[in-house]
Design a protein around this ligand. Structure first.
Ligand SMILES: NC(=O)N[C@@H](CC(=O)O)C(=O)O
Ligand SMILES: [Zn+2]
Ligand SMILES: [Zn+2]
Length: 345
């Protein structure tokens, strides 16, 4: 097979940042994806409906002319978030979800939640109106090994919340473990997970091969190979609960190549070719559309995009050049394998 046509994909987990960085990275997403769930971890975070509306308008103004791309906005959950604000923002279609960051778990998560009892009323309201909660699923207890933090989050935080708030719709974001795959598989129709392109490619060795490699550091960190295999099996299975969220997380090279470098892989330009390559290797190209274009809208109760894109197989793609910003270049994630699928937006 050397060409496949798919319903236009969506990205269900994306960092667009703001200002000059947003202007530099947005075209890569807007050219290929119909919609994206835009993460709210700006500095300061997007905590009020007014901030979400202003951020949406900045994205729409920066969007290249002609692109049909639509940002789906989220609110950053804090211990001060008011249920009535969430309800009002959801009712007018301003937000598609609310994002939960355990305080300290990841980039710009300092305003996140420390005491989960303080957000229960918001979560109960969200369950009533069917508004999804998107979770960065890692515990922050420094006693817990970094490779165990996702599995521990399921047991200690997520499962208790889901028992306390029946009907709460949850997306476990950027899952990295077979534990999360199993939990989501058994979680029923109110539970889903996004999977990134980079976690389909790398295991934890990528961060340390021949030296320390900051461009492979993201959170949650990649785990051992058996977990990567579980993610590939979940994504390529076609099961409705799993869909693409690239977690494309641009940081300048200056911010990543540091004694304490930022977490995040920038994959907006090549996530789709990477997914196509992985699905092809698994003999699952016929299920790629479910993962990148159909399962996500079904969970969010939205129609799939009305138009289509074509992926064409040919000679290996040239390396993706870094995206230039006024603050310096942003290196594109290197999957260190040949990519043969070119996307015609
Ligand atoms: N994934 C990452 O490593 N980084 C993300 C934050 C996040 O999604 O946790 C970022 O904003 O840079
Ligand atoms: Zn995260
Ligand atoms: Zn993210």
């Amino acid at each position: 097979m050397d060409a496949i046509t798919l319903t236009r994909p969506d990205d269900w987990h994306l960092h667009l940042r703001d200002g000059a960085m947003m202007e530099a990275v947005l075209p890569a997403t807007a050219a290929l994806y119909g919609r994206a769930i835009v993460m709210p971890n700006l500095v300061p975070p997007v905590v009020t409906p007014a901030q979400a509306a202003e951020y949406r308008d900045r994205i729409l103004s920066a969007k290249p002319r002609g692109a049909a791309f639509r940002p789906l906005m989220t609110l950053y959950l804090t211990e001060e978030t008011q249920p009535r604000d969430v309800r009002a923002a959801a009712e007018i279609g301003l937000i598609a979800a609310v994002k939960l960051y355990p305080a300290g778990a990841t980039t710009n998560s300092a305003s996140g939640v420390r005491d989960f009892s303080k957000v229960m009323r918001v979560l109960e309201n969200m369950a009533q109106i069917g508004l999804p909660l998107l979770v960065h699923g890692e515990v922050t207890d420094p006693e817990i090994d970094i490779f165990d933090r996702e599995a521990a989050f399921i047991d200690r935080v997520l499962d208790p919340i889901r028992r306390d708030v029946p009907g709460l719709r949850v997306v476990m974001e950027h899952i990295t473990t077979s534990d999360a795959v199993e939990y989501v598989r058994q979680g029923g129709p109110d539970l889903a997970a996004t999977i990134t392109a980079h976690h389909l490619v790398i295991n934890r060795n990528a961060m340390f091969r021949g030296g320390i490699r900051p461009h492979y550091f993201c959170l949650p960190v990649a785990k051992r190979e058996s977990h990567r295999r579980a993610l590939v099996a979940a994504a390529t299975s076609g099961a409705e609960a799993f869909f693409l969220g690239t977690d494309s997380a641009p940081h300048t090279d200056g911010a990543k190549l540091q004694p304490c470098g930022c977490a995040g892989c920038f994959t907006a330009p090549n996530a789709l070719p990477i997914c196509a390559e992985i699905f092809e290797a698994e003999g699952a190209l016929d299920r790629l559309e479910r993962f990148v274009s159909l399962n996500g809208p079904a969970f969010y109760k939205l129609a799939p995009n009305p138009d289509r894109i074509t992926l064409r197989r040919g000679a290996p793609l040239p390396a993706f050049a870094p995206v230039e910003t006024p603050d310096g270049p942003v290196t594109v994630f290197d999957p260190e394998m040949a990519l043969h699928w070119r996307v015609d937006g």
